[in-house]
Design a protein around this ligand. Structure first.
Ligand SMILES: [Zn+2]
Ligand SMILES: [Zn+2]
Ligand SMILES: [Zn+2]
Length: 131
């Protein structure tokens, strides 16, 4: 884990299974997670999305957080669950279904916060798309 200067209002917290970070209304854990669910790995202004992993039934900011905190392979969300809440906006706390997330234009439909377009490009890491 690297040392970095916190932005003014950020408080970084690492939460490992079986615990969940009590700052959030959904089960969520990760490495050095801030209030907008940026993590130790993805830390730009746009990296505010957390994604649910089917294996843990829990949200993580990224697949590397899941890798760091668990000892199993990540299980992706299967297409029959794409209508369930699985993506959380770290700015407003709204949860989107996978379908809504994949259809959104790299911004939150609820609050308009910009999302990192790179996450959707790597969506096959998180969602079993096209299978
Ligand atoms: Zn898992
Ligand atoms: Zn991470
Ligand atoms: Zn939002």
């Amino acid at each position: 884990m690297t040392d970095r200067t916190d932005r003014n209002d950020t408080c970084r917290r690492t939460t490992a299974p079986p615990n969940a970070d009590d700052r959030f209304s959904v089960p969520l854990r990760g490495v050095a997670v801030d209030h907008a669910t940026r993590c130790d790995h993805y830390d730009s202004d746009l990296d505010v999305v957390a994604i649910r992993f089917a294996c843990c039934d829990c949200f993580y900011p990224c697949f590397r957080c899941h890798e760091a905190l668990t000892d199993h392979d990540a299980e992706r969300i299967s297409p029959d669950r794409f209508d369930r809440p699985a993506v959380r906006c770290g700015v407003c706390g709204a949860t989107l279904s996978v379908d809504a997330y994949l259809d959104c234009d790299d911004s939150c439909p609820d609050c308009g916060a910009a999302f990192n377009p790179g996450c959707r490009r790597h969506r096959d890491r998180y969602f079993a798309v096209g299978e």
